[in-house]
Ligand binder design. Sequence first.
Ligand code: NAG
Ligand code: NAG
Ligand code: NAG
Ligand code: NAG
Length: 335
Amino acid sequence: MTTTTTATPFSMFFLLLCLPSLALLPPAVSGLNIDARRSPSISNSNSYSWPRRRTSNVARSEPALGYYVPADAGGAMLTKAPGTSPPAGEPLNVIIAGTSDAAVLVDSQDKGGFRNFFLSVGFAGECLGQHEGAPQTADLGDGNGYKNETAVLRWDYGDPSLGTCQETIQGGNHFRYWVQSGTSGAATGGASGAYFLATSYEKPIALGHDIIVDGYNQGRDWLIGNITKSAIPTATLTNTSTFTGTTSFGGYTYSSSISYVSGLLANSSVGVNHADTVGVNGANPVDGLVAVVEVKITGRPAGESANSASRFAGTRGQGALIPTLLLFLLGALCL
Ligand SMILES: *[C@@H]1O[C@H](CO)[C@@H](O)[C@H](O)[C@H]1NC(C)=O
Ligand SMILES: *[C@@H]1O[C@H](CO)[C@@H](O)[C@H](O)[C@H]1NC(C)=O
Ligand SMILES: *[C@@H]1O[C@H](CO)[C@@H](O)[C@H](O)[C@H]1NC(C)=O
Ligand SMILES: *[C@@H]1O[C@H](CO)[C@@H](O)[C@H](O)[C@H]1NC(C)=O
């Protein structure tokens, strides 16, 4: 996709809508600290740090599949959504496998990390760093028990800077994610490093951000379609379906191999949040398939090698200037 980050008139409209809540932002954000705004909106104060994992004494013993099956060690492939009664959650329907390149498994936009990969797919951090709602929790069977979601990434409507504001208002594809970072759950020990994504396509904010009909399966497949750049046939997928795709952003090119697997999630409505409105006409809201994505970096910016420690200065830095200036202007108007 294009790396142009110029603010569109459409984005400006949504930015204006976002303004009232800007006043409620913490100083680092309302003070227009762009680095803070772009950093992960991590809701877990205990957040892990991947570089630490690399230098720790705990070896990462990569499972052949690139992830451990959560249910094998007391975990679950459904999240827990807050305020649901009886308890219900969303399917963890996409996995970024731990067999992906190590750089992709770092929750960062730098050096081709997870967030840069998702910018290449068309997903970005939340609108102006805001975060709505109480976090969902998930237990990936890694010994860490139920943990808050790490963050939420949203479809950016082609605009990495402000498009997720449009997603927040208008609805669209988005996912929460957790990392299988614990080391005590799996029999073999060692963190898999895999990312588990709860993907769904939500309705506009005016409709309470409910999920559209078939919005878990479709959200998964639109995300995968954004990697392969061709439509994924949701209705005819099986546990033998495989795809490949190439995406790029910020000078990094990613080659992804996708396999749909069964046996992790149930083809069912049991325990699924919004089950009655997502699965209609007798269909289950969750088809039981998980898209497992292995991501390899196949191209890097000139001067960056796989082991280079040099800091990546991307095109996005310049692009962010425009919305920053607009924010200053709008802020001045509000005084
Ligand atoms: C999870 O999020 C809730 C609500 O934001 C917060 O109160 C709690 O401290 C968080 N838990 C952890 C372990 O960070
Ligand atoms: C990419 O994502 C958008 C938004 O979710 C979706 O409308 C579109 O169909 C996806 N593209 C493909 C090829 O699946
Ligand atoms: C694939 O699904 C079929 C049923 O549709 C099942 O019998 C088979 O065991 C599954 N294979 C794997 C590898 O999960
Ligand atoms: C899920 O189960 C339904 C029957 O309840 C079946 O028609 C459908 O093919 C199953 N989907 C998959 C992906 O196995």
